[in-house]
Design a protein around this ligand. Structure first.
Ligand code: LLP
Length: 408
């Protein structure tokens, strides 16, 4: 990790341990910005990684935040970033959350997900006596995303407004003193590997907007959402912003719509690894089980989405660059579930008790989806910047597991 050996970090801070590279994060940000003629506004989705140190790093590099709950708004505030620009999305915003968002002076817009929600926003804005800046989250019915759970813009999805309802939303907003629609938002899904669906979505929105002047008046933003893939195993390619950017800018042309993006995994996914220690190696039923000290509670993606992430010993031969070695080894955690695994059907160099393994591309939706299942404490998290390692969140003390409980 930058100038530091992963094994030394694992020794020093203990495992399971998330380690993030500040350099890799900045580089990913630059890969996005550098691809565009005019740098887009970047809103980092806090759900991908809410670690305060990461949020502060991104804010200092000029990013705003995409939030989906009142809790995430409070998290930004707690990290000292109350002044950062925010967009607020989510299909189930409650009145208190809408109120919290509208009370922020740095709110860029709220993404409207349904007509009843528009009414609720109007009521809250009216009560507060403020005009709500809105983007309509459109559902263009486009297939994209790496797993059915990660696709969000098909017709049957719970997210966004179908285009006919969006037209109604515009009419209602035009009649309201408290609502101002300033943008359109489309989030396709996650782990999208090609630019095509992003371009198809913008084309569909432009075609729809072109049918009626009300659909163009006052529109300042097009928010293309997130979803840009990073490689999880050798041989996969990173999403190409250098291919997306000119095509997207070409489509946007001179319409005057500012571009906003919400890249989560692209910024932090590849910048993080999860370090884990081999507890023991076990053979049974013709298979080999490498039992490690990280589990589904620390990193849920393999169990929940059958996601395949590269897992490899941190010392010895480096991992192969072009394919995922297959074999009869499962890398499993200590949690009491057969669904608890980090990797299945792999071939890895021989390891023994005490060796460290790294799970790659763990920086996004790793710790942010962690739980305390099996009374396991949340892992420690470290940020490496050059030759410095900073303990951004120590491993939880055991008392956190029952904190706040009341016994009679
Ligand atoms: N914007 C919106 C409105 C979103 O819903 C999301 C992700 C993003 C941006 C960021 O997507 P990204 O660039 O990080 O792919 N837990 C899943 C991912 C769920 C993503 C939900 N929304 C996983 O581990 O793959």
């Amino acid at each position: 990790m930058e100038g530091l050996a992963a094994a030394e970090l694992a020794q020093r801070f203990g495992t399971p341990l998330y380690v993030y590279s500040a350099g890799a994060l900045r580089e990913a940000l630059e890969r996005i910005r550098g691809a565009f003629r005019e740098s887009p506004e970047i809103y980092f989705p806090v759900k991908a990684n809410g670690l305060g140190a990461i949020l502060r790093l991104l804010a200092s590099d000029g990013c705003g935040f995409d939030v989906v709950s009142g809790g995430e708004l409070k998290r930004i505030q707690a990290a000292g970033l109350a002044g950062s620009r925010v967009v607020f999305a989510g299909v189930g915003k409650e009145a208190w959350e809408i109120e919290e968002a509208l009370s922020r002076h740095a709110l860029s817009f709220i993404n409207v997900e349904s007509l009843p929600e528009l009414e609720e926003i109007e009521a809250v804005a009216g009560r507060l006596g403020v005009e709500a800046p809105l983007a309509l989250r459109l559902n263009p019915d486009i297939q994209a995303g790496g797993h059915p759970y990660l696709a969000t813009s098909r017709k049957r999805s719970k997210f966004g407004l179908p285009l006919d309802q969006a037209a109604v939303a515009l009419e209602r907003a035009a009649r309201s003193k408290w609502l101002r629609v300033i943008g359109y938002h489309v989030h396709l899904g996650s782990l999208v590997s090609e630019p095509g669906p992003y371009l198809a979505a913008l084309e569909r929105v432009q075609e729809w907007a072109g049918e009626d002047t009300l659909r163009q008046e006052g529109i300042e933003y097009y928010d293309a959402g997130g979803g840009y893939a990073v490689p999880l195993v050798p041989g996969e390619e990173s999403f190409s912003f250098s291919r997306l950017a000119p095509a997207l800018e070409g489509l946007l042309g001179d319409a005057g719509w500012k571009l906003a993006l919400e890249p989560g995994r692209f910024l932090v996914g590849g910048a993080g690894i999860l370090l884990t220690k081999v507890i023991r190696v076990k053979a049974a039923g013709g298979r080999k089980f490498v039992v490690v000290d990280a589990a589904m509670n620390d990193f849920l993606r393999p169990s929940l989405y059958k996601a395949e992430h590269m897992v490899w010993p941190v010392e010895g031969e480096p991992p192969p660059g072009d394919s995922l070695p297959r074999g009869d080894t499962d890398i499993v955690g200590p949690v009491c579930e057969s669904g608890d695994f980090l990797a299945l059907n792999r071939d890895i160099p021989p390891v023994e008790r005490g060796d460290f393994l790294a799970l790659f591309a763990a920086g996004a939706y790793g710790d942010s989806m962690a739980s305390r299942y099996n009374s396991r404490r949340l892992a420690a998290q470290v940020v490496v910047d050059g030759s410095e390692a900073f303990l951004a969140r120590p491993r939880e003390p055991f008392q956190e597991l029952w904190k706040g409980e009341v016994w009679t």
